[in-house]
Design a binder for this molecule. Sequence first.
Ligand SMILES: [Zn+2]
Length: 78
Amino acid sequence: MSPPPSRPPDGAVICSAKGCRTDATLALLWNNPTLHTPQRRKVWLACDEHAGSLSDFLSRKGFLKDRVPVAEITDEMG
Ligand SMILES: [Zn+2]
């Protein structure tokens, strides 16, 4: 399964990994209960290369809530 060639209209979906400028394909939704209310979702964007390491990092901390394609995230998130 490969990501669709089309991009979200604003085009500003770059991977959140440090130093990475690749277009993100996946959005990691997470919440740090010591900083955020339970309903709050922070979003990290990840390219194919960094999706695994970023989601591993968040799930080790118990912060990871969901993983969705970047096309499904909205401006209210983040
Ligand atoms: Zn990346």
